[in-house]
Write a protein that binds this ligand. Structure first.
Ligand SMILES: [Zn+2]
Length: 106
């Protein structure tokens, strides 16, 4: 198998990242922290494995793994709001079939 065909396993747990809704890389892209051209070369991670990012999600559809240290909601409210909006956006682009170039939040 060509090396580029193997690029979608999570660098932390080694399991495949099957859906972009569970991808920390795509959430960072939606947030504008990763550029489009970087998506295909950057290491993939599950949201559940990337606690540094996912701990900021506050969403009824997202259940935190045990042992995740949640941020102080007052001290870090901006980051919580931003990452949670990004997570909502990620769910929206998938369910609505929005083109990849339109994913990032304005
Ligand atoms: Zn993983």
């Amino acid at each position: 198998m060509a090396k580029c065909d193997q690029g979608y396993n999570c660098e932390i747990c080694g399991e495949p990242v099957k859906n972009i809704i569970e991808s920390a890389l795509y959430l960072r892209y939606v947030l504008g922290e990763v550029q489009l051209h970087e998506l295909f070369g950057a290491p993939e991670r599950h949201l559940h494995c990337d606690h540094e990012l996912s701990r900021y999600i506050r969403h009824e559809k997202y259940t935190h793994s045990t042992g995740v240290e949640l941020p102080d909601p007052e001290a870090e409210s901006e980051r919580i709001e931003r990452v949670t909006r990004g997570y909502e956006r990620l769910r929206e682009v998938v369910s609505q079939g929005i083109p990849i170039t339109e994913y990032p939040l304005k």
